[in-house]
Design a binder for this molecule. Sequence first.
Ligand SMILES: Nc1ncnc2c1ncn2[C@@H]1O[C@H](COP(=O)(O)OP(=O)(O)OP(=O)(O)O)[C@@H](O)[C@H]1O
Ligand SMILES: [Mg+2]
Length: 340
Amino acid sequence: MEPIIEVKELSKEFKIYHHRRGFLGTFVNLFSRQHTVVRAVDHISFSMRRGEIVGYIGPNGAGKSTTIKMLTGILVPTSGHLTVNGYVPHRERKENARRIGVVFGQRTHLWFDLPVQESFELLRHIYQIPMKQYRENLELFDSIFELKGFFKTPVRQLSLGQRMRADIAAALLHNPDVLFLDEPTIGLDVVAKERLRQFIRQINVERQVTIILTTHDLDDVERLCERIILIDNARILFDGPLAAIRNLLSSERLLIVDYAEEYADVDMRDAVIVHREKGRVHYRFSLDEISAADLIGEILSRFKIVDLSVQEPEIEEVVRAIYENKVSIEQPVDGPLRSV
Ligand SMILES: Nc1ncnc2c1ncn2[C@@H]1O[C@H](COP(=O)(O)OP(=O)(O)OP(=O)(O)O)[C@@H](O)[C@H]1O
Ligand SMILES: [Mg+2]
């Protein structure tokens, strides 16, 4: 089968101009504008097949968003080739846009002052979505994302989790084949994150939507992606199954729970209490024994809580581990591994 996304030797450079100050500076600026070049994406190559979910991960400034922007046609590459659904995104922007959905977690694509429903109606017109498809999609997305409860609420008043669900549903209304999710879980609490992950998985399975997911959250990757592309400093450091580097990741997590009361017995079968201070309890647990979602579910079923958070390893740690363990990664685990 033809790959749905093909990226070959893709690079993007940004020129940053330095302005001289003062009267003379302005004069000099007219004739020579000094600049430095930032190479945000440096000869990146990969391809994806239909229905895949790839975790596109890396430290801050690695070049993830820049790659997504080139794939969506927002940015023009400095060099290299790329096709999405057979289209060259920056040259065939409209054709490409009709087949892709994009969500940037940092900002909404919906109209801030309009109720969700009206934003959706506008999108229906923009994409000329047939009424039947629109209605069917709304039904499906409501069954997954539970939209109806806030359908008439202006986007500006939505909680972050509601907004993200609305944003993802909006990005899917026109039945795209590919969905780009740039930090979709950013800022969400653990429970909302977990629900959103379930939604993303369901969309992928039920619609065979190909998904590129950018995230700093290793638990997103753990829960959603079989394959990861790890980029560091604008280059691909690793491309392969998560299983191949899972042993580099610690499976230990810390869950911090603020209970509504000082309950006497808050022991959990699959977690160890490592610290306790009034209503706040720190649990250590291993993902090999229980998922964060299940542990949280158990706690919520027994107690009232005020807040909770899960501490997970940082991407930077994985990057470091890969540099240090380069040799062991290059040993294929099952099948050939393309580690760069
Ligand atoms: N429009 C721009 N002009 C100049 N430099 C840019 C521009 N956009 C990105 N960069 C630079 O390119 C590099 C890659 O940025 P990019 O936003 O792709 O990183 P990222 O991997 O998405 O990071 P983060 O995890 O923080 O979102 C950074 O050094 C950034 O400062
Ligand atoms: Mg980014």
